[in-house]
Design a protein around this ligand. Structure first.
Ligand SMILES: [Zn+2]
Length: 313
């Protein structure tokens, strides 16, 4: 909801972005929903999640179904970056068994031990989290090894400036976004749920006061919005991608009523270049950005020294 927006029910896609790093291969930013949501919300109290956000999950929109159509096997995804631990971002997590799982230490610490009501209150569904999460997790606990000018501190995931994780707190504990300075579609900032519509950033439109009820820290959310707005003013060339706006959807009302009155997992993002209009949004980091970096690290493990948070607990 956005202040002043009209109320009406709409489908809200839960989106993910697929990007390619020339050395580290496929990277996902969030995983959307998956049919696994049904089992994960079968019994109480987890069923309350379904009650609050009715699900509509065409199986063919699950990432695990869409990626092969793009020529990407789920096992080939080397990194999954989780913006935060809300179920509509974790839904497909178990479909990527070979991926390093990148999250904030703060976000993981907040949900790791939660079960039952304590979990549902956080929109967290423990069953969505792979059993070996801790072994595969790269937990970012500081954003001190890089900076995005005009936006602030960042964590340089691969040590080459191509994937910059940025803290965007407020909506969920430890939420982060991703700035990719170099894609075929231009520099792109994935803000996840820092706002529900990119127009909020451009127009510095605060969320509806009711959204404060679901925000982890409403004041931090407002500060994040102000920081994003200032960044947008300084860098209007940067494309803003939110977690729940359909791609290329006009940024005009109606506004979203809730973060889910019917949610689709929908692929958003980047794919090998030159493979057709359907893949136009997919992006590939430029070779030049990665040359000579991480010379010994051709597999899916991020460099230790580039990842302050090291492995999960
Ligand atoms: Zn969320």
């Amino acid at each position: 909801m956005i202040k002043g927006g009209a109320r009406r029910q709409v489908d809200v896609p839960a989106q993910a972005a697929l990007l390619r790093h020339s050395r580290h291969g496929w990277v996902l930013f969030d995983t959307g929903y998956s049919p696994r949501m049904w089992a994960a919300t079968e019994r109480l109290p987890y069923r309350l999640y379904r009650r609050a956000t009715p699900l509509r999950l065409p199986p063919n929109l699950a990432l695990a179904e869409q990626l092969p159509q793009l020529g990407v096997a789920p096992e080939e995804v080397g990194h999954v970056i989780l913006s935060h631990f809300h179920a509509d971002h974790c839904g497909g997590l178990r479909d990527f068994p070979a991926a390093r799982l990148v999250a904030t230490r703060e976000g993981w610490a907040d949900v790791a031990g939660r079960r039952e009501f304590a979990a549902v209150r956080r929109a967290f569904l423990p069953d969505l989290i792979p059993d070996d999460f801790a072994e595969r997790a790269t937990l970012v606990s500081g954003f001190r090894n890089a900076e995005v000018p005009r936006l602030g501190p960042a964590h340089d995931l691969f040590g080459d400036g191509s994937f910059l994780l940025v803290p965007l707190p407020g909506h969920a504990r430890g939420q982060m976004g991703l700035f990719v300075p170099d894609t075929p579609d231009g520099p792109t900032l994935f803000v996840a749920d820092a706002v529900f519509r990119a127009a909020s950033i451009r127009e510095l439109r605060p969320a509806h006061p009711l959204m404060d009820l679901i925000a982890d820290d409403p004041r931090a959310a407002r500060e994040t919005l102000a920081r994003l707005h200032a960044f947008h003013r300084a860098r209007p060339d940067v494309r803003l991608v939110t977690g729940h706006e359909a791609p290329h959807e006009p940024v005009t009302p109606p506004w979203v009523e809730t973060p889910a009155s019917g949610i689709q997992a929908r692929l958003r993002g980047l794919t090998p270049s030159g493979t057709g209009a359907a893949k136009r949004n997919l992006s590939r980091s430029r070779e030049s950005a990665e040359a000579d970096l991480n010379p010994g690290s051709r597999d899916f493990s991020p460099r230790r020294d580039a990842t302050e948070g090291d492995k999960g607990s």
